[in-house]
Design a protein. Structure first.
Lengths: 349, 180, 132
């Protein structure tokens, strides 16, 4: 049997800031900003949260949902671009926070927002080769955006974790395809607090070329049609991009909207498309096919076809917070508290 | 005091004994002196704070007091004055109760009812100041002065005084019974 | 207040990160923080015992005067939470203190506890928050 998603867990910090409150601080027209990005509010980590704590929460929920024994996890790969340490892995902290065995492959991966999905690819390989029984792929970010600039309206915080295995699969990986190139759309140099955007590169040459390229490549090579899929989930840096990618591929909006979470929590980077997938898995039926396309600047996309199995019903019943419940469970903060929680106020620590 | 700032709800700034500098000295000897050590005991409460069943009893103080009283052959009724460890206002109340000067949970009610509880005539750690390591000897000196009526204290009505010193919140307590 | 050293933090990782307690094999008593000898029966035979991730708020207080490591997190809410057989003392987060009530359901969360300046270690551990 092929590898697949055995279980999943997501974590969205409770704090939210409204787009209008950010716009009011920087003198932007909130209606125009919402119209550009379709992001009404975004999640903000607590003062004592970071990519490690968010990863831990998501991973604990994933283990709990599938009642997976932590000692049977053979690999933990974390995808992030907001490591609290320049050198010291998140994945090794996860070993002890989750109570994993020491005989576990552990590494942090970086490819902008795509790394977590590369963790899934790598673990699927380890599982299918029989080297590990289960693996844990984590996407976690407290992503950076310069105050007052475009990313301030979307860069947010959240995490997801997927237990990958062959036993108890709730959504099997039927096919995986990838599309990568050197594209200077977005980067952050060592020591720089905020990323930069290459002029005009964000949309066509970066996001759409890679997302659509990966999806098209996968569908053409393996003979899939749009009608084969119940859902399509895309990386979502804002609310507009995934809808447009869907229309370029011929997907009707109702197959895409269930996987859109960016409008109410912002872009959680490595957890972005994978958070959308978690929401879809929480409502999918056995037999549904899901197209998942992630994206990372730099740039590249991984496309997956998932086949939902009967086991999904059992996982949906687990006593673990659903994505929708976390979206609704929120505490609004103002821009000053936002800066404090994100450590964007300079302090003599 | 009720207007002072909150430190740890419901304790306010003036519920907390301020750190103070101080030193005290007493000479202990086998010959007749100004006061006698009639009894003393130290007790520890090994149960950590989080695992306790009750939070309104200082068990270490209660046991140390019972043993020290037995050694001295006295009962709480014989105590004319006591200096207890009130690094926070509530600890003074609990310590006085642990020493048997009022029933458990009854000290504040009996004060409100007009009864006299002769504890911490010095002001205690809370008002005289918390002199940390010097506290126990400080208390002994103060109790002796109260028994003999040396200023600034007036002589108390009786010949038995008790001191109670504590480490942590009910981690360890020492009780000493002094008599003329 | 000086926070604890890196070696001490490292030794306490199982108890700080995932509430690993100890249970006496002889009398069954559970201890958190873990102990090496049972204070109740004196036995040295203790085994690992995993505390549950949810419990009940026993009591709490709001610290407005806080140790220096927590100066930027005022006010600190500290509470006792009953987790299975034991009560555990810890910080409560993601909650307005005026909305907390003794007896309510709490969940264990994993958070930063002490950050040693700009270049030092980030020390993680458990905290509590109301269960949604």
């Amino acid at each position: 049997m092929k590898a697949g998603i055995v279980s999943w867990g997501a974590y969205i910090p409770k704090y939210r800031i409204r787009t209008e409150d950010i716009a009011a601080t920087w003198g932007d027209d909130p209606a125009r900003i919402v119209d550009i990005y379709l992001v009404y509010e975004k999640s903000v980590e607590g003062y004592d949260e970071d990519a490690v704590t968010i990863a831990t929460e998501a991973a604990r929920r994933a283990l709990r949902r599938g009642a997976v024994d932590p000692k049977r996890i053979g690999a933990v790969y974390s995808g992030t671009e907001s490591k609290p340490y320049a050198v010291k892995p998140i994945s090794s902290i996860l070993i002890d926070a989750l109570g994993l065995a020491n005989n576990v492959f552990a590494v942090d991966m970086e490819f902008a927002c795509k790394a977590a999905s590369d963790g899934i690819v790598a673990i699927a390989g380890l599982v299918e080769s029989g080297r590990v029984e289960y693996g844990l792929a984590v996407g976690t970010d407290t992503s950076q955006g310069e105050p007052g600039e475009h990313l301030d309206y979307s860069a947010s915080s959240g995490g997801v974790a997927y237990v990958i295995g062959r036993d108890g699969v709730a959504a099997e990986f039927e096919t995986i395809y990838t599309y990568n190139s050197d594209t200077p759309d977005f980067w952050r140099r060592e020591g720089s607090p905020y990323p930069m955007h290459g002029e005009g590169f964000t949309g066509e040459p970066a996001y759409f070329r890679h997302v659509v390229g990966a999806a098209k490549g996968l569908m053409e090579r393996h003979g899939y049609k749009v009608s084969d899929f119940a859902y399509a989930v895309f990386h979502q840096p804002n609310g507009r991009f995934p809808m447009r990618a869907a229309s370029m591929l011929g997907f009707p909006p109702d197959k895409v909207k269930p996987g859109i979470v960016v409008t109410h929590i912002g872009n959680t980077y490595n957890a972005s498309a994978l958070m959308g997938l978690a929401r879809v898995l929480e409502q999918a039926k056995p037999g549904d096919k899901i197209l998942l396309v992630t994206f990372g600047s730099g740039a590249g996309s991984n496309a997956f076809v998932l086949n939902v199995t009967d086991a999904v019903l059992e996982r949906q019943k687990a006593d673990v917070p659903k994505v929708d419940e976390m979206i609704a469970d929120k505490i609004y903060i103002d821009y000053a508290m936002y800066l404090k929680n994100r450590k964007m106020v300079k302090l003599f620590e | 005091m009720l207007d002072s700032e909150l430190v740890s709800d419901p304790l306010r700034l003036y519920d907390v004994g301020p750190m103070a500098d101080g030193a005290a000295a007493a000479i202990l000897c086998g010959r007749k002196g100004v006061a006698k050590v009639l009894g003393m005991w130290s007790s520890a409460n090994a149960v950590p704070f989080n695992a306790r069943q009750d939070y309104d009893v200082l068990y270490s103080a209660r046991e140390a007091a019972e043993r020290a009283y037995r050694m001295a052959g006295i009962t709480p009724r014989d105590v004319a004055t006591a200096e207890v460890h009130d690094s926070y206002s509530i600890l003074g109340v609990l310590a006085a109760e642990a020493l048997g000067l009022a029933p458990r949970g009854g000290l504040l009610a009996s004060l409100r009812g007009g009864s006299e509880v002769r504890a911490n005539l010095s002001g205690g750690l809370k008002s005289r100041g918390n002199v940390m390591g010097a506290t126990g000897v400080y208390q002994a000196v103060e109790v002796v002065w109260q028994l003999v009526g040396r200023g600034p204290f007036k002589r108390v009505d009786g010949s038995i005084g008790v001191i109670h010193s504590m480490g942590g919140v009910d981690a360890t307590s020492t009780v000493v019974v002094l008599g003329l | 207040m000086e926070h604890e050293s890196v070696p001490l933090y490292w030794r306490n990782i199982p108890s700080y990160y995932r509430l690993a307690a100890r249970r006496c094999r002889k009398c069954g008593e559970v201890y958190y923080p873990p102990v090496v000898k049972c204070p109740r029966c004196g036995s040295s035979e203790l085994e690992d015992f995993q505390l549950p991730h949810e419990g009940e708020l026993v009591e709490f207080t709001v610290l407005r005067s806080v140790p220096t490591d927590y100066m930027k997190q005022k006010p600190l809410v500290i509470g006792l939470v009953k987790l299975g057989p034991v009560k555990v003392l810890g910080q409560i987060v993601d909650a307005a203190p005026e909305k907390l009530k003794a007896g309510q359901r709490m969940e264990v969360v994993f958070r930063r506890v002490v950050v040693d300046g700009k270049y030092g270690l980030v020390m993680y551990g458990y905290k509590f928050r109301p269960r949604p």
